[in-house]
Design a protein around this ligand. Structure first.
Ligand code: ACO
Length: 321
């Protein structure tokens, strides 16, 4: 039986940092409000002209380097993003051109903050069935481009970045299980109203993110709780069996609720929300890369990755690293 295993991770953040104190000058808010309600202290914002694929290329090259492969060795690209450079070609294909792995399958999935979980689940299946030996999975975003910087309820949350992993076949279990879900009945609680088919709306060039924050918060906590139960239950595991939780970095209070659910001390949870903000599809692979590179996550550790976002869409991955 072939499994897929993470053999390299990488991430990249744009240079520009926007602190809560910078935001105090832009909207009616305070550092104290942002920190206590969200856990965020600062976030990175792409420069003018710096795109999602630009960020992704750095993260992908770092992941390939960590995996000990050349970018041209990549034979499959699954790219999660909700802020693509273009309507088409898709970001996966644009990244493929940069990396030089011509001809291999490359595509994007657009499931908001769950984009990386969806891309990972698809790539895992390709590796396990023998169709890919070096799969690149990316989550990258420039959410700053669809953020209304005059709306204090969302401007404090969103940010830019990219994360990537390389999957390879293995005889031992690496990715133990993935579970994906969506529920479009919640489409009006969190969305970006611009679209090609629907039009850009109200004469504006691009509409920004609309979010019913406290409703999203409540559904996120309940739904992620069920996702955690599902991942543990299917694998016959108990609450104390996980070594590391690598959650979507949307809000420290949601992360704390998941840690309590798993009976994990916060020291066993990878938390980057204070430095990264909510980077949607990029948040989980960036957090994973941070904890792999600083030596917290070690080979053999059991990880639970989870994410929840617009749609709603959500998913989990149980991984023996
Ligand atoms: N600064 C100061 N006050 C503010 C700010 C701000 N930036 N934003 C809102 N407020 C005010 C509100 O106006 C409200 O004032 P009122 O009581 O006088 O009416 C008060 O603060 C409380 O507002 P709430 O929205 O109830 O605050 P809440 O505690 O719910 O926190 C937050 C808001 C941080 C957005 C939270 O609801 C949240 O994190 N939601 C989930 C986000 C999430 O997980 N999204 C999913 C992924 S994102 C994706 O898919 C792209």
């Amino acid at each position: 039986m072939i499994h897929s295993r993470i053999v390299g991770t990488g991430s990249h953040l744009p240079e520009k940092i926007l602190t809560n104190f910078d935001l105090e000058k832009m909207v009616d808010t305070t550092d104290e409000w942002i920190r206590t309600r969200t856990g965020i202290e600062r976030r990175h914002i792409a420069a003018d002209g710096e795109t999602t694929v630009d960020l992704a290329e750095h993260a992908a090259r770092r992941a390939c380097e960590a995996a000990g492969i050349k970018p041209t060795d990549v034979d499959f690209i699954a790219f999660g993003t909700t802020t693509p450079d273009l309507v088409f070609p898709n970001c996966g294909t644009l990244l493929q051109e940069r990396l030089g792995c011509r001809g291999v399958p490359a595509f994007s999935v657009e499931t908001a903050c769950a984009g990386f979980m969806y891309a990972l689940s698809i790539a895992d299946k390709y590796v396990r069935c023998g169709d890919s030996k070096r799969a690149l999975v990316v989550g990258a975003e420039t959410l700053s481009r669809i953020t209304d910087w005059s709306d204090r309820s969302t401007a404090i949350l969103f940010a830019d970045g990219a994360g990537a992993v390389v999957l390879a076949p293995s005889e031992e279990a690496g990715i133990v299980s993935t579970h994906l879900h969506s529920d479009g009945f919640y489409k009006d609680l969190l969305y970006c109203g611009s679209g090609v088919s629907k039009g850009f709306g109200e004469g504006k060039p691009l509409l920004s993110i609309s979010m019913a924050g406290s409703e999203v918060f409540k559904v996120a906590v309940t739904t992620l709780g069920k996702a955690v139960d599902e991942a543990l239950g299917v694998n016959g595991l108990g609450r104390g069996d996980i070594d590391w939780l690598v959650p979507h970095q949307a809000n420290i209070r949601i992360i704390q609720a998941m840690a309590r659910k798993l009976d994990l001390p916060l020291e066993r949870v990878v938390i980057t929300v204070q430095d990264h903000g909510n980077t949607s599809a990029a948040s989980v692979p960036m957090a994973l890369d941070v904890a792999v590179r600083d030596g917290r996550i070690k080979r053999g550790d059991l990880l639970l990755l989870e994410a929840f976002g617009g749609g709603f869409t959500w998913g989990s991955a149980l991984i023996r690293y």
